[in-house]
Ligand binder design. Structure first.
Ligand SMILES: [Fe+2]
Length: 215
């Protein structure tokens, strides 16, 4: 999953690509807003680090590579980027954040997470709105064949491995960090109950994603 600064750069690039495409201006505007939101999230996270007595590192300059693998055809690359960034990553991030807020016991941490959550919901909506707008019944499915790789790139190839023993997990639960087994549960439920059915509604076959989830 990406950092806020990386997400900001990805949404900025996506907004420019959407402006040049046939997508409606309102969807490109959502991507521009998302880029600005992610920059705000990065500063809020830096403030949190300082709140806990740390020193936030200077933001590195970010260069993002396209999410779409090279073998995705040029006319399909924008769709791939939108699905990977908004429908998958932002929907998962929304579900994980929602789960983190309840156990968080630090008031500032909780407040920051609530405000980020409100934005993340809109970032994922951008993806679903784009799919709804461009979906033509019966059109070839150019995301389904790549879904397994998209999920591995997003979550890591060893995401379903048993969690390593981590003594700090319980302590970190109050500070916005879910234990790995909980992360696995939330991700599995969100994929199976929200993301896969959502993609299928727009003609994207989720079988390869469902297989990956089951392994
Ligand atoms: Fe986001």
């Amino acid at each position: 999953m990406h950092t806020e600064l990386e997400a900001a750069e990805r949404f900025r690039t996506l907004a420019a690509a959407l402006r040049e495409s046939a997508a409606s201006p309102s969807i490109a505007a959502m991507a521009e807003r998302a880029a600005a939101d992610e920059l705000r999230h990065a500063s809020a996270c830096r403030e949190l680090v300082e709140h806990f007595g740390g020193r936030a590192p200077e933001g590195p300059s970010i260069v993002v590579k396209p999410l779409a693998p090279r073998d995705v055809a040029p006319e399909q690359r924008l769709l791939y980027e939108v699905v990977a960034l908004a429908c998958v990553t932002e929907t998962l991030s929304t579900a994980l954040l929602a789960e983190l807020i309840a156990p968080a016991d630090d008031p500032l941490c909780k407040k920051v997470m609530r405000s980020i959550l409100r934005d993340e919901v809109n970032h994922s909506r951008l993806g679903w709105a784009y799919l709804a707008e461009r979906h033509v019944p019966g059109a070839p499915d150019c995301v389904g064949p790549h879904l397994r790789r998209m999920l591995i790139d997003t979550l890591g190839a060893d995401f379903w491995s048993p969690p390593a023993a981590q003594s700090a997990e319980a302590e970190l639960a109050g500070l916005g960090q879910l234990p790995h087994a909980e992360r696995q549960r939330v991700v599995r439920e969100t994929l199976q109950q929200v993301i896969f059915p959502g993609l299928e509604r727009f003609g994207i076959d989720s079988a390869l994603g469902r297989d990956w989830c089951a392994t």
